[in-house]
Design a protein around this ligand. Structure first.
Ligand code: PMP
Length: 436
């Protein structure tokens, strides 16, 4: 049955009315625009709404679109698999997830035995990584960073350090360390004070023995906070000394997004014990994974653990195609070069617009933080909301991020072009010119 034969009301009013009536209140906060948009089509780095307006998707549909909307090779791989056998649950054998596991292991640092557990989503992979680290080490306490985001499940929320994402009923045994934010972190610039604080937190807020630390190589929802040089390796050293593991959350920073490497953690030569991934892996098809050192995953053989769609061959076929497209289209190099050009244009905008307090990030994971007073670094949620809405008029879809929603995050599909950079810079310039 084609999409056309399913009765679909494409009107904005109809969609809004159905959402208002049938979506649970738990979903209402997640509506970014004053007047929402109904999207109809995506191709490459572009989106079109039902009125035919074209946008550059600087949010990459929440960092899921790595190689471009509806990439023909990804769609073709998924369609071919769906027509043959849409689902094959993990307990039965199928070559596609097995190939994907081998191909994901091959992206990891050499010299270790990597094994893969496929999940449906990033938060499931986070839950599994938490369980795996506690099972392997026999310790309960986990460390997480303030202003981290790791997902909506109860366990993932328990290591999420932004209160707006934390709900009642989360499990405990988690202690938070301050994020090494080089713009407004509590110890200012540098790495060492933040590492020393890890030791103090272990000594004061845990039993002294920990299961691990979970670190986003670049915090996403926290507002694109890059781990400074030496932080990831230093954190791993300290946590390992207390019996724990280093868990890299690469859900946003993985799959070539930083332009410098395939994985964000590679910036610091740390070799994690567990790597969590999702989003860009499926280019929009739902899939996540835990990739772990073989010995770390081994004790979990004692009990059942599986995710119904985890090894779904349709999503796995899409993911295999994503890995090939990333390589064949040179998207890591594109992210590096186009990201650097965009970064320079954002810096130039900061010279012109006093509301821009900071420009940061790497590759195609960039952000502008907006302030009402540069020297006091006062967060400015209102101006951010204004610029965000004004950008929409310029055909730009961004995201308001950070604990005070005063950062504009840019995480577009990795095929963004130099021509797009020009459109983005001019659009942002106009949007800032209308602010205050
Ligand atoms: N970790 C990070 C860094 C994320 O950004 C997200 C999703 N935004 C998750 C984990 C959870 O992934 P999912 O929404 O697929 O459960």
């Amino acid at each position: 049955m084609s999409q056309e034969t399913l009765p679909t009301d494409w009107s904005f009013e109809g969609t809004a009315a159905r959402r208002d009536r049938f979506y649970a209140s738990s979903l209402t906060r997640f509506t970014p625009f004053r007047d929402p948009i109904v999207f109809r089509k995506g191709q490459g780095q572009y989106l079109w709404d039902t009125e035919g307006n074209k946008y550059i998707d600087l949010l990459g549909m929440n960092v899921c679109i790595s190689v471009g909307h509806s990439h023909p090779r990804v769609v073709e791989a998924a369609m071919a698999q769906a027509q043959e056998l849409t689902h094959c649950t993990t307990m039965f054998y199928h070559p596609t997830p097995a190939h994907l596991a081998e191909e994901l292991a091959a992206t990891m640092p050499a010299g270790h035995d990597w094994v893969v557990h496929l999940t449906n989503s990033g938060s499931e992979a986070i839950d599994l990584a938490m369980t795996m680290s506690r099972t392997y080490t026999g310790n309960l306490d986990l460390l997480a960073l303030r202003h981290s985001y790791h997902g909506p499940t109860s366990a993932a929320q328990s290591i999420t350090g932004i209160s707006g994402w934390r709900h009642p009923g989360m499990p405990g045994d988690v202690a938070f360390v301050p994020e090494p934010n080089q713009y407004r972190g509590i110890f200012g610039k540098g790495t060492q004070p933040y590492l020393d604080e890890i030791d103090r937190v272990i000594a004061s807020a845990t039993s002294g023995k920990v299961a691990g630390i979970v670190v986003e190589s670049i915090q996403g929802y926290g507002g694109v906070i890059e781990m400074p040089p030496g932080y990831m390796s230093g954190a791993a050293e300290r946590v390992r000394a207390a019996g724990g593991l280093y868990i890299a959350d690469e859900v946003q920073s993985g799959f070539c997004r930083t332009g410098a490497h395939f994985w964000g953690f590679e910036a610091d030569r740390v070799v994690p014990d567990i790597v969590v991934m999702a989003k860009g892996l499926g280019n929009g098809f739902p899939i996540g994974a835990v990739v772990a050192r073989k010995k770390v995953a081994a004790p979990m053989a004692e009990k059942f653990m599986f995710h119904t769609y985890g090894a779904n061959p349709t999503s796995c076929a899409a993911a295999r195609a994503v890995l090939r497209v990333l390589r064949d289209e040179g998207l890591q190099e594109n992210a590096r070069r186009v990201g650097a050009a965009l970064y320079e244009r954002l810096k130039a905008l900061a010279d012109k617009h006093a509301a821009i307090g900071d420009v940061r990030g790497k590759g195609l994971m960039l952000a502008i933080e907006i302030v009402s007073d540069r020297s006091a670094k006062t967060s400015d949620r209102e101006t951010t909301a204004h610029v965000f809405e004004a950008c929409r008029e310029q055909g730009l879809i961004l995201s308001k991020s950070g604990p005070t929603q005063s950062t504009l995050r840019m995480v577009p599909p990795l095929c963004l072009s130099f021509e797009d950079v020009d459109v983005v810079a001019r659009g942002l310039d106009k949007a800032f010119s209308t602010a205050r």
